[in-house]
Write a protein that binds this ligand. Structure first.
Ligand SMILES: [Cu+2]
Length: 203
């Protein structure tokens, strides 16, 4: 049964396409399904818009805090891994959210008081951009960002179904982007790298 559902999603994914005529607003679903069978697709997968149009991604998964990201890695050197080992000289007490849940950080003691904390890479978790000069700029959750086409990296951060973002502080429900330059903008979900989409911007 699950296999049949996957095939159906795949068909929708390939055949659906939104086309605008200018200054419009296009919605794209990031994920979907439910707790039993969450989808890992963007629908429509391919959108064609005009310069100045805005795309909004949102996560309609029902009853499951399954996160997705909308991530543009324009420059291969900006590939971002989800898991991030970090060297820390001072440690403190880490408390799981919610308290008592089955969750704790990996903390590996090292020599000379330097420890390694294995954490989630903030540049995959939070909305952030890296511009052509390598300047890193974090944004608030539910970011609304105009892509100029000169960036190296644009990430929505984790997008969760409305209300469920509270389980992951600092995450949001939507990501909006206005496209200022013609071109083809491929993106993926960092958490499910087979989950890919593309925005074609025509002038
Ligand atoms: Cu995903």
């Amino acid at each position: 049964m699950a296999f049949t559902i996957a095939i159906t999603v795949c068909n929708v994914n390939i055949s659906t396409k939104a086309t605008t005529t200018g200054n419009e607003f296009v919605k794209v679903v990031a994920g979907g399904g439910n707790a039993t069978a969450p989808w890992t697709v963007f629908i429509p997968q391919f959108v064609t818009i005009n310069v100045g149009d805005t795309v909004e991604w949102y996560n309609p998964t029902m009853g499951a805090a399954e996160p997705h990201t909308i991530t543009f890695m324009f420059d291969n050197s900006t590939f971002a891994g989800v898991v991030s080992p970090l060297s820390v000289s001072n440690t403190t007490e880490f408390t799981a959210i919610p308290p008592g849940s089955n969750n704790e950080p990996i903390l590996i003691p090292g020599e000379g008081g330097t420890n390694t904390l294995v954490a989630v890479n903030a540049r995959t978790y939070s909305p952030v951009t890296i511009d052509s000069q390598d300047k890193v700029q974090f944004m608030n959750p539910n970011a609304n960002y105009s892509i100029t086409g000169d960036e190296k990296y644009v990430n929505s951060g984790w997008i969760l179904p409305e209300g469920l973002e509270k389980q992951y502080p600092g995450t949001g429900n939507t990501f909006m982007s206005t496209f200022e330059k013609p071109g083809t903008y491929d993106y993926l979900c960092i958490l499910h790298p087979w989950m890919v989409g593309s925005v074609k911007v025509v002038g």
